[in-house]
Every structure is written in structure tokens, then in C-alpha cells.
Write a protein that binds this ligand. Sequence first.
Ligand code: FES
Ligand code: FES
Length: 165
Amino acid sequence: MNDVALRLTVNGQPREGRCAPRKLLVDFLREDLALTGTHVGCEHGICGACTILVNGEAARSCLMLAVQADGAELVTIEGLMRDGVLHPLQEAFREHHGLQCGFCTPGMLMTALDLLHVKPEPTEADVREGLSAVLCRCTGYHGILKAVQAAAPRMVTAAHQGRNA
Ligand code: FES
Ligand code: FES
């Protein structure tokens, strides 16, 4: 089948490409746009490693075709850091040891970002429920929970100050 053209915005930058109609969005990001920060785990929508933001909402890029993202605005893990400064969530993960091998981390961060956009002042139960969508084989989740709870008020402050949140 012939390749199809698509145009989209990724991390604030206009991007375009051509790919097979059946190509997964996660493969398009990694192979065509060289954005390899988004990881591929199960390819079945279970592990959450491939989570990105699509039009502002968390989505599993292994469950979308690239062509379905035509015209969309995407944010990947590469879009979190700005001007050499870590995003408050990244900084909190660093401080609270929210990662070990790091395989789940991109999906965990993007899922947490969506959670904190929807619930800027989450309870611990909210964080537990929100992050239950992403599997981590290493950390036991304690550091991740602490990191997201620590990041929440910092993101509110950053948003009020017009900084990266
Ligand atoms: S790779 Fe997409 S959910 Fe596991
Ligand atoms: S840090 Fe290794 S899978 Fe989460």
C-alpha cells in the first residue's frame, strides 16, 4: 500500500513525514522523527511505556496509527525540558529516586503530567490510581509517588509564574 503524508506538531515544532498507513504512531516517532525517548514495551496498550500527550491528553502511542495523528499536537518526553532546565516533574523524579532502569520513566512522566494537568492538587489516592496505568518493574513505585506529589505544588507555582509546567 502507498505511503501517506502527514503533518503534525511535535513538541511545539511543525513536523511532516510519509509512512505506511499501518505504521504505529510510536514507531513513526522513533523511526521517522528520531524521537526515541518514547519507549516500546508491550505494544498492546498494557505497560504504558509509550505514553505521550495527543492534543493535551495522555495516549498510548502503540495503540494509534501514525496517520491518526495527522494534524494533531503531540508532546513527547523530549518536549519536557526547556532551555536546558528540567521540567518540575523531571526534577522531582531525580530528587526522589523515581527511576531505576528508566524504561518506564518516559511513559510515567507523561502520564503524571496529564494527571497533574487534570488534578493540580491530587491526593495520594489520585496519584496511585493515575499511575496505575503504567507498569514499573524496578522501583516499587514509592519514589515515583513521592516525586509526583512533590512536583504537584511546584507545577502550580510554575504555571502561575508562566514557567514550564
Ligand atoms: S508499548 Fe504501548 S502500552 Fe506498552
Ligand atoms: S524504572 Fe525500571 S521499569 Fe520503571
